[in-house]
Design a protein around this ligand. Structure first.
Ligand code: CA
Length: 222
């Protein structure tokens, strides 16, 4: 049987578009337009993945996501109309697996759905090939030593401790520079850039630290 994606979206045109694209990509879909209907439906017929709009009649997507997580590990992709919202959603740690911002291309959504499902199917051991020695700020990836600054080390460790989870630049800054308020977003970007270069130089895959468009960064499991 094909995998079923539950589309929760109250804009009929958008819902139809998502349905068409996912169908074409080989998925079954079911559709809900009211936030109140999601939890009962998931309990009765668990889908393989949920595309969950944030602004819904009945009950908002945040609330729905939180309750879903209290009983289910089904992959959830939150859909929101504003990039700024994502930062706030990340801070709330709703347990969503990914975030998509409107307007999006349906093609992008299909790609994200596939990626999240692939990840969900992976076995969990996080980054076995990465060894972090805190006392010396020493990191080795696949046996290759990464020559990191203290900041880069902290950044890598934080990301690697939560593989697959997306962090906003703001969250990373709070973590790396807890006392400073003057650091700009670009600082994180520049550290990430150097970190990737060093991973690459050590023979690792620099894409292990992935940038998530409009959101921030995450560390991929190997
Ligand atoms: Ca909506």
């Amino acid at each position: 049987m094909n995998e079923t994606v539950l589309i929760v979206e109250d804009e009929p045109k958008l819902a139809g578009l998502l349905h068409d694209y996912l169908k074409q990509a080989g998925f079954e879909t079911s559709l809900l337009a009211n936030g109140l209907e999601v939890v009962p439906q998931v309990k009765e017929t668990p889908p393989q993945l949920i595309l969950l709009d944030l602004m819904l009649p009945g009950r908002d997507g945040m609330d729905v996501c939180r309750e879903l997580r209290s009983f289910s590990r089904v992959p959830i992709i939150m859909v929101t109309a504003r990039v700024e919202e994502i930062d706030r959603l990340l801070g709330l740690e709703l347990g969503a697996d990914d975030y998509i911002c409107k307007p999006f291309s349906p093609r992008e959504v299909v790609a994200r759905v596939k990626a999240v499902l692939r990840r969900a199917g992976d076995s969990p051991p996080p980054a076995e090939d990465l060894v972090l020695d805190e006392s010396r700020y020493l990191a080795t990836l696949n046996g290759h030593k990464l020559d990191l600054t203290a900041v880069e080390f902290k950044l890598l460790r934080y990301l690697a401790e939560h593989p697959g989870r997306i962090f906003s630049r703001g969250q990373l800054m709070d973590r790396i520079y807890p006392d400073e308020r003057v650091v700009s977003d670009r600082t994180i970007d520049s550290h990430i850039k150097k970190l990737r270069r060093k991973i690459d130089a050590a023979g690792g895959d620099e894409e292990r630290i992935r940038s998530v468009y409009g959101v921030g960064y995450k560390f991929e499991r190997s």
